[in-house]
Design a protein around this ligand. Structure first.
Ligand SMILES: *Cc1c(COP(=O)(O)O)cnc(C)c1O
Length: 355
């Protein structure tokens, strides 16, 4: 740390992204990327756009915004394309949080939420999940703070019914409720239709998981047009060209070819069922997932040892050292072949251990 850093950041603990090692070819099941390649039109249009990288991108993202509005069934003024959904979350904490506008979220959820709160000096409260790792929506009803909930939640994969989400939104009319729908295409019901009814609802979406575009960085904020205008103001106050040309083209093309991605999500859901069953047969506790990952643990081996043994065998999964979940691993659903490799490695590791 230099002596020039603003004191308020000296104790800030940054977010730790999943590792992206280059030392060898791993079976990567640690950052919830899609095992499927981007679709043909995405490759074509992003490739062609490379030749125009000498020119700034369109700061309004007009064409992408129009297409996204169509896809989500909302108006042009209800959607804001962003540089990955991390950026819309960043904007939202900055726009709506403050010393007098605290945030609340579950104790076990996306690890970036407390980082944004700390970054902007926003007080926050973490509400423990129930013992079965579900969210008790009643604890959020009328809480009088800004709320962020991932639905399905990460890293548990557990989904909340829309009726409970709506109850939270309805009973906190003077606070922002952010529903992070990074995984909604893998299970659960979207809250998007509720934006017409509630002015305090912001939904975040990403093309990183469902649309094979993690490396392109594309996400969206969806909400009442006044909320979106506020967020757009922050965008124009920080980085107006936040979406690069190739990503805008890739995003439009991915929406045009949306059926391909929905079919891929269907395949992931099917493979998820298969792996869940296999791991349960091996004695694992596997939470019921509605996402493109599963959260699993066994009492035969602690989470960290299993993570390390898998890594030695070239399979990367995500382990969190947080006390409550340290014996679980978050495993991305990859292709059927990748999952078979995972299952045979896991059973091998457990067998060797018993010898
Ligand atoms: C992956 C993830 C994000 C971030 O997605 P990007 O669009 O790649 O920035 C946001 N929220 C949750 C819950 C995620 O798992």
């Amino acid at each position: 740390m230099s002596r020039f850093i603003n004191k308020k950041f000296s104790t800030l603990e940054a977010y730790t992204p999943g590792e992206q090692p280059r030392d060898m070819q791993y079976i990567k099941l640690n950052t919830n990327e899609s095992p499927f390649a981007p679709s043909p039109l995405v490759l074509k249009r992003a490739g062609e756009e490379a030749g125009r990288l000498n020119l700034y991108s369109d700061p309004t993202c007009q064409f992408l915004r129009e297409k996204a509005a169509e896809l989500f069934g909302v108006g042009y003024d209800n959607v804001l394309p962003v540089n990955g959904s991390d950026e819309i979350l960043d904007f939202a904490f900055l726009t709506f949080g403050g010393e007098d506008a605290p945030f609340v979220f579950p104790d076990i959820t996306y690890g970036f939420y407390p980082v944004y709160a700390q970054l902007y000096g926003i007080p926050y409260e973490e509400i423990p999940l129930k013992d079965d790792f579900t969210i008790d929506y009643r604890e959020y009803c009328g809480i009088g703070k800004n709320i962020v909930i991932a639905n399905p939640n990460a890293p548990t994969g557990i989904v909340m019914p829309l009726s409970e989400i709506e109850e939270i939104i309805k009973t906190n009319p003077d606070n922002i409720v952010i529903i992070d729908e990074a995984y909604i295409n893998f299970g659960g019901e979207t809250a998007i239709p509720l934006i017409k009814k509630y002015k305090n609802l912001l939904i975040t979406r990403t093309f990183s998981k469902s649309h094979s575009l993690a490396g392109a960085r594309l996400g969206f904020g969806i909400g009442d047009e006044e909320l979106i205008a506020d967020l757009n103001k922050i965008k124009y106050s920080t980085n107006p060209y936040n979406i690069n040309r190739m990503t805008a083209e890739a995003g439009e093309a991915a929406i045009i070819e949306n059926d391909y991605y929905m079919e891929n999500c269907r395949k992931i859901i099917e493979i998820r069922g298969y792996v869940t069953e296999k791991l349960r047969d091996l004695g694992f506790t596997v939470l019921d997932s509605s996402a493109n990952f599963i959260f699993a643990g066994t009492d035969k081996m602690d989470g960290e040892s299993l993570y390390l043994s898998l890594k030695e065998r070239g399979i990367l999964v995500r382990h969190f050292s947080k006390e409550r979940i340290k014996d679980f691993l978050r495993i991305t659903i990859g292709s059927r072949e990748q999952m078979d490799a995972l299952i045979s490695a896991v059973s091998d590791i457990l067998n060797n251990q018993e010898d």
